[in-house]
Write a protein that binds this ligand. Structure first.
Ligand SMILES: NC(=O)c1ccc[n+]([C@@H]2O[C@H](COP(=O)([O-])OP(=O)(O)OC[C@H]3O[C@@H](n4cnc5c(N)ncnc54)[C@H](O)[C@@H]3O)[C@@H](O)[C@H]2O)c1
Length: 316
């Protein structure tokens, strides 16, 4: 039985699904598997409440705990605490570490962690959860097929609530779907709004990804959750909507001079694509422990993206 430690029992650690039937947290997702579950949070009442629900053990003091005793550690604490826990887990070669995104908002910390990762045997999952959902693996395969026939021409992204905190979900998903790093050039930041986080404004920008036109509209002062991506190819558009729940396909046909207007291809549409999303993240992470699985972690990809986004943010 795998021994699992969750650090932080807040929203993503345990609370998002505390009173509903969805699986949106580390705690409930691990509870679906036969694991020996340990929890730590600086809020003693909260950790006890969560431990009662999942029949988990509470770690009273974290400093004396040997991280090497655990097979999997989930880091679900506020971002500024990730470095200290991740570094300790890497030093102790914990088999699989799941770290919440963003890893860090400090470039030096990221360099330090890359160094620690390279010396460690640990695999690290950074929880950009959409990339672990079956519907997105299937979309990635469809895009690979489309790119054999036609070109990617434009990417249009709408997000809210911080460039590093939330737009990074969109950038990560694009890297994943097109299977190549999102290295942007000719970047023109045309709006920055300090609406949700003091140190992470919501940015709007225009850039080129190779020759592809990419625009990010960071919706300012939007307090409802919003996440949409449209990718345009020569004859079609794929639209990711409702935070990634829905994927819609639109196609065009050749006409005499121009292409005809797009029409929705109902048979290809997918809904409920992020249902119980944490279950798939945890399933993937447990499979990573098995050395013979061909699965890979996403640490280096995520930290490189994290660093390049910090460079965009701090280049004024
Ligand atoms: N992947 C996603 O889509 C997603 C969604 C939400 C949050 N997050 C990320 O998860 C992290 C936590 O966010 P949240 O919304 O769950 O925050 P939260 O404030 O709801 O929960 C954080 C918990 O950590 C505890 N805590 C604080 N400092 C601690 C420490 N040093 N040691 C142990 N426990 C500590 C707090 O008491 C709290 O219960 C952030 O990095 C955030 O960006 C990711």
């Amino acid at each position: 039985m795998y021994k699992v430690l969750i650090l932080g029992c807040g929203n993503i650690g345990a609370l998002y699904d505390f009173d509903n039937d969805e699986i949106l947290t580390h705690a409930k997702a691990f509870n679906q598997y036969k694991v020996d579950l340990y929890l730590f949070d600086i809020d003693e009442n909260l950790v006890r409440k969560v431990a009662n629900k999942y029949k988990a053990k509470v770690v009273p003091v974290i400093d004396n705990i040997n991280f090497g005793d655990f097979d999997i550690i989930s880091i679900c604490t506020p971002t500024f605490t990730h470095k200290k826990y991740l570094e300790k887990a890497l030093l102790n070669n914990v088999k699989v570490i799941i770290c919440e995104k963003p890893i860090s908002t400090d470039s030096d910390e990221i360099d330090h962690l890359i160094n620690a990762y390279e010396k460690s045997n640990s695999k690290v999952i950074v929880n950009y959860f959409r990339r672990f959902q079956p519907a997105y693996l299937s979309l990635r395969n469809s895009i690979e097929e489309i790119l054999k026939q036609e070109e990617l021409t434009n990417i249009s992204i709408r997000t809210q609530r911080g460039f590093i905190n939330n737009s990074s979900h969109a950038f990560d998903l694009i890297q994943y779907l097109f299977n190549k790093p999102l290295e942007l050039k000719n970047i023109l930041v045309h709006n920055r709004e300090k609406d949700h986080f003091d140190t992470d404004p919501t940015l709007s920008l225009q850039a080129l990804w190779d020759e592809v036109n990419l625009s990010l509209q960071g919706l300012s002062n939007v307090y409802f959750s919003f996440f949409e991506i449209d990718v345009f190819f020569t004859h079609q558009r794929i639209s990711i909507q409702n935070a990634g729940k829905d994927i819609f396909y639109y196609q065009s046909e050749d006409s005499f001079q121009f292409l005809k207007p797009l029409f929705k291809v109902e048979s290809l549409n997918k809904t409920d694509c992020i249902k119980d999303y944490m279950q798939h993240v945890i399933e993937y992470s447990i499979s990573l422990i098995n050395e013979s699985s061909n699965l890979e972690d996403n640490f280096l990809e995520a930290v490189k993206l994290n660093k390049s986004m910090l460079t965009i943010l701090n280049n004024r």
